[in-house]
Design a protein around this ligand. Sequence first.
Ligand SMILES: [Zn+2]
Length: 154
Amino acid sequence: MSVETGCPFCDAKQTVYLESERWQLLRHADPVALSGWMMLATRAHRSGVDAMDEVEQREVGVILAEVARAVRAETGCERTYSITFNEAVKHLHLHVIPRHEGDVSTTSWALADRYRATARKEREAADPTEAERCAKAIAVRCIDALRPLGFRLP
Ligand SMILES: [Zn+2]
């Protein structure tokens, strides 16, 4: 498998909540704006969606849909966002983010402002203990549906 030294996803320094031969489900590192902010990353070092292999291309939609359903169920959000930039870390990772209808700060570009304010510590981050509990619960909600793709709880 292709790995890159110095890449935080390849170095596997973060807690993994769900994994398969090809994928790892992580939560956004603290400080994080919202509990339930998850990240689906390839295990191989891929620069972006156009670098996925054929199996990853087939699996990604199924996994994303299941993670999004679990984020919605666990956080009580009405919708989820799925975005990928691969900018700060140039290793394919797809963010799955709760979108709470009653909270305009979770709306598209307002969410980007909230994200930056949280990163600069100008806005209170999600409680790390709750974010951790939430990520584990999301993984548990996903596992049965994703077991056919080789997923397991670590
Ligand atoms: Zn990498």
